[in-house]
Ligand binder design. Structure first.
Ligand code: MG
Length: 332
């Protein structure tokens, strides 16, 4: 591993995985951590527990801000384990000189998003550091959720499952990039930043046989699919043209040479559900504006174990790799 920490080591992709395994997993090794789920399942399978830090730049972006993101991010990781978010902590590290009004605006966003999740902040911490020691504000949230449906796991996906995505992909990454670079496409490009609690609850209420869920944050859909292929020792075969990508995101990708599958999302999730529930699950998702274009994107096979294969509309095949390098630091 590199002698010094590089930006790529925080990319949600290959280098990030290496850092996590060689430094943190090595030291903290235990059965719960090694499951590598979106949230730890604790207390005899009753509770989900997760933490996330937010460093996004700019703090305010089309479709959200760091406050909304800080609640959505942690609540979504809980939801991905079939849990209802209940209790959160909120820790902030603020740079000296930061405008109080902006802090209040961020906290108002947090309050609103907590309400959407039915969760409350029950503990917190405030640190102020000298100018230049941190860029404006960093936020950490940790959350506990009550598991509504047990057994959801990224380690048990099989050929009996199909893979769906909840909406068009890459919006958060594209929106942050456009905001940061001052690219004005005069479009309605907005981050997908949103809480997923209601969608997950609706899937559980409809008795959908859910195998695994994961929000496609850093590293995008390609990181999720590659993690799943490895964790469940399967091959995931993706029909490339079935992946929904909006015109705006496609435009940004064209300009900058990105692939939408590698771009971050903050309100988009990938689902592995039993084949027979595909139609019913899509019906449930289509009831929500945020997942009105949910669609099946892949099947599970045994062809190339631990790999993701992308099938083009021309009938060609290529491997979809875990993202490497760092497209966009401070995306979340
Ligand atoms: Mg996650």
């Amino acid at each position: 591993m590199n002698k010094h920490i590089t930006l790529a080591m925080g990319n949600g992709g290959e280098e990030n995985n290496e850092l996590i395994h060689k430094v943190f997993y090595k030291a903290f090794k235990n059965e719960i951590l090694e499951k590598s789920e979106d949230a730890a399942v604790i207390h005899g399978g009753e509770l989900a527990f997760s933490t996330d830090s937010f460093t996004v730049s700019p703090l305010f972006f089309p479709g959200g801000d760091i406050g909304k993101l800080a609640i959505c991010g942690t609540c979504n990781d809980l939801a991905m384990m079939g849990a209802k978010p209940k209790y959160l902590t909120c820790s902030v590290i603020i740079e000296e000189g930061f405008p109080t009004r902006e802090l209040e605006k961020i906290v108002r966003s947090m309050k609103k998003e907590l309400k959407n999740n039915g969760a409350i902040v029950v503990s917190g911490d405030t640190k102020v550091v000298p100018r230049g020691s941190v860029d404006k504000i960093f936020i950490n949230t940790t959350g506990i959720g009550e598991i509504q449906k047990k057994g959801i796991s990224s380690n048990s996906i099989s050929e009996d499952d199909v893979i769906l995505v909840s909406r068009d992909i890459g919006r958060h990454g594209a929106a942050i990039f456009a905001a940061r670079e001052g690219i004005d496409l005069s479009t309605s490009l907005k981050s997908d930043c949103a809480s997923l609690t209601l969608q997950v609850q609706a899937l559980i209420d409809a008795d959908i046989n859910i195998t695994a869920l994961r929000d496609a944050t850093r590293g995008g859909v390609s990181a999720v699919l590659n993690e799943w292929a490895k964790q469940s020792n399967i091959c995931i075969e993706v029909q490339e043209d079935s992946i929904p990508v909006s015109q705006e995101v496609y435009g940004i990708c064209e300009i900058l040479g990105f692939e939408a599958v590698n771009l971050a999302n903050e309100g988009t999730f990938v689902l592995a559900i039993k084949k027979e529930d595909e139609v019913k699950a899509l019906e449930v998702l289509h009831r929500f504006e945020n997942s009105s274009n949910a669609v099946k994107i892949a099947v599970v096979t045994q062809q190339y174990k631990k790999r993701v294969v992308l099938l083009s509309s021309y009938g060609t095949k290529r491997f979809l790799e875990t993202p490497t390098g760092e497209l966009l630091p401070r995306i979340c």
